[in-house]
Write a protein that binds this ligand. Structure first.
Ligand SMILES: [Fe+2]
Length: 268
């Protein structure tokens, strides 16, 4: 498993959810979205609106998965569950034709060290209801960025909102250039995906058919330098925060040395 993460940056595996967990999933699937103040290009996170019992159930399930998958301890220094999201994506006509933000290929920038996202689809997911796709880390070193020139040109006459996607890649280009390196996580609802989304390009959440939906749990597991740690947003300087900053600074220097030997931007 560690080998898969080090090689490609992701891997999926089958899992048998317990009856109790499936009961929580079913409640989530019946959740009625109230106000649709959805950020364009992103799914809606309903985690905070769920009952405490379901939240606790999900948290302990993720904890169990983390404890069982020992590779996480080897991959991340002092791993912690930093964020739980329960996402619902629905059909939006404009986005089904013009994908933006998370629906385009991109990498996250949540940490300069390793992190893992555990992705748990709560039912069948395929290309019509926003399946998650990932691209092997082999195609691009973490210090290099892919630039989709054709896509950038297509944004020229669009609004500022769309122009902000210029560092993302279109599905058309990625499939044309790297078809062998893509993994489409078509899920039966009985499998989960582990991915370091800071080093792997990925995308998901674009619903192509009216009436279709996608329900997904995403857990972010990271170490002390991860930007989801609460002490990065708090004022005051605790020892942990101070230590984390030193670590981050050290890593930055190391990256700067490495970057000198890399060709930063690759046009595809
Ligand atoms: Fe992402």
């Amino acid at each position: 498993m560690l080998k898969n993460i080090l090689d490609k940056g992701y891997f999926s595996k089958e899992i048998k959810h317990s009856k109790d967990v499936l009961a929580s999933f079913n409640i989530i699937k019946k959740f009625k979205l109230k106000n649709l103040n959805q950020r364009a290009g992103y799914s809606i996170n309903i985690y905070d609106q769920l009952d405490n019992k379901i939240k606790t159930n999900i948290y302990s399930y993720i904890k169990k998965i983390v404890n069982k998958n020992k590779f996480i301890e080897k991959y991340i220094f002092l791993p912690k569950i930093l964020k739980l999201e329960v996402l619902i994506s629905s059909y939006i006509p404009s986005e089904s034709k013009n994908p933006t933000r998370a629906m385009l290929w991109h990498r996250d920038a949540d940490d300069i060290f390793s992190h893992i996202k555990i992705i748990i689809p709560l039912g069948i997911t395929n290309k019509y209801n926003g399946m998650f796709s990932c691209l092997s880390r082999k195609v691009c070193h973490r210090l290099q960025y892919l630039k989709d020139e054709k896509f950038v040109r297509s944004l020229m006459d669009k609004s500022e909102f769309y122009k902000a996607d210029q560092y993302r890649l279109s599905d058309e280009t990625v499939r044309k250039k790297f078809s062998k390196e893509i993994f489409d996580f078509k899920s039966t609802g009985n499998d989960i995906l582990f991915i370091d989304s800071n080093i792997c390009y990925h995308k998901g959440g674009q619903i192509l058919r009216r009436g279709y939906k996608r329900h997904l749990i995403i857990a972010t597991i990271g170490g002390i330098t991860h930007s989801f740690n609460p002490y990065f947003s708090e004022s005051g300087l605790s020892f942990v925060k101070f230590f984390a900053r030193i670590m981050k600074f050290y890593k930055k220097i190391k990256l700067n040395i490495e970057i000198k030997f890399k060709n930063k931007l690759i046009n595809i």
